[in-house]
Design a protein. Sequence first.
Length: 219
Amino acid sequence: MDKEFLKNVRGAVFDLDGTILDSAWVWDRVDVEFLGKRGFDVPEHYVETISPMGAEKAAVYTINEFGLHDENVEDIVEEWFEMAREHYHNDIVCKPYVKDYIKLLYDNNTRLVVATSSDRSLFMETLKRESILQYFEDVVTVSEVERGKGFPDIYEEAARRIETNPSECVVFEDILKGIEGAKDGGFITVAVHDIKSEHNRTKMADLADMYIDNFKELL
């Protein structure tokens, strides 16, 4: 589909990791190190399964999946965050052209909001350092809604906060579950390429209203 269909949207909901931020490499390291210390390799399905979840639900899943019943959710989450925090604060940057596109939307009076499975303690400093935080009216995390990104909850809450109907709001997502949840909520969807979702490229392209390899295609 041609990008012209995006000109009439009133709101835009942006996923964070893999959509705005080039951060997949950090979580790859976290997964390898965390599970490696416990004697496990990272299974093929693991990243795709936990990506739509918030940290607490991902920790519960990890405990059950690997039989880590002598560990608790809070400690696992803090270990993950401690491993990732320095990279978020110092190393992670925006993906190519996304800052230009976000500013273009903002200058055209599109209302913007972030909807993420990540945690504010990680990414707020990144958004400030990358000079884009000021363009967003709000940030919604999956910990603030009932269900994860396989469902429309987080996108519906994001649209509510920018007072925009789903039919007039575009969701930018890099994971299949995110596209599925947004479509179920009646949102316009743009699937964004990221290395961690390359195996779902065809499914995402078929389901979304548009698929892009990077945001230069929308400028």
